[in-house]
Design a protein around this ligand. Sequence first.
Ligand code: LLP
Length: 417
Amino acid sequence: MSSFPSFSYHSAKLHVESVSLERIAVEFGTPCYVYSHATLTAAYREFDSAFAGRDHLICYAVKANSNLAILNLFARLGSGFDIVSGGELKRVLNAGGDPQKVVFSGVGKHPEEMRAALAAGIFCFNVESEAELLRLNQIAAEMNKLAPVSLRVNPDVDARTHPYISTGLKENKFGIPFDEAEKLYLSAQQFSNIRFTGLDCHIGSQLTELNPFIEAAEKVLALLARLEAQGSRIEHLDLGGGLGIRYSSETPPLARDYVAALCAKIGQRSQRILIEPGRALVGNSGLLLTRVEYLKHTPYRDFAIVDAAMNDLIRPALYDAYHEVLPVTVSEENAKMYQIVGPVCETGDFLGHDRRLSLRQGDLLAVMSAGAYGMSMSSNYNTRPRAAEVMVEGDHIHLIRERESVEQLIAHERILP
Ligand code: LLP
């Protein structure tokens, strides 16, 4: 429980800050995502204070959790944003985010998305190929704008994480090889409507060691030195996101140690430092609250069939990811080894395997560490309306997203004439 300071038991009942999860289930129903305002705030502040006066910008990776209330909370704390679509740009603007603190990542930016970002006046485009650079140059010319650009280089570093979320190897689709990036920076005058302002990398997600970050930073700094020696002026360095969190027994570096290590590596260089953390800001700030619908005992297995499913939280099915499952009310009676599964018609629809729990029908469970890539990756598979989301602040519960209705899900569909 040490990873979740705002989630704790009082009189054998699990609480978020001062609110019992039982109360949330009664007032808002299940499944329901529950976030802690205090944990979100503390996570942001830990990153921010670690920069200790150095010029920096934290660009929260919106994809990890894009709820407007969460974006608004980070915007109020001074955060910038890392977006990957026009949709995320709209969310950031609607949530009160400052476009001057937005970086736009991703390998496949659409012309419309580029136009919207240029019109909003974002801080920087993280460009991932020469073809993208040419398109951006053309669109900026049409709009009579100068597009600020950072090339995302591929440092060819092994992030030692799940292969689906490792991005910094040369065989991955991300980033530009160093030699090609160097040529592009040095041919800046070819791109009339581009201004090269930064240098960027991102090597993967859920990294639990510092070494790959340091290795990538060293390579990027070597490239920076070569570019400066040839007359390029680079104003900021974006070292991406990727810092992991503790789901079970991992021991990722603390945010403050990670930031301190990056700052130490960068030394006295004048560039502004950007980072793009997603998971480390929100992952352990949220849980998925679910109710046991049925207990099903077969000669082979004991199943707890709950009302949350792979459409609500796909990480176990997609990455075989582990999420701790805690009882909302502690009981020692008659514990069994349960398979925690949802109602979706797929064997891959599980939230946890082999969890020792004492359960009765109707009990509540908390699927922990679900604040990142939970709701933001949810779907309507099996025509399941998406869960409600609430944020707890002290003894107050804010509803930050209403539960969807089936009517909303089918509203855009048409039968044949
Ligand atoms: N910057 C870029 C360019 C990214 O692609 C990502 C994540 C981040 C920042 C934020 O990374 P973080 O700090 O959250 O690790 N769905 C997967 C994770 C996919 C990460 C994609 N890129 C999961 O559930 O584990």
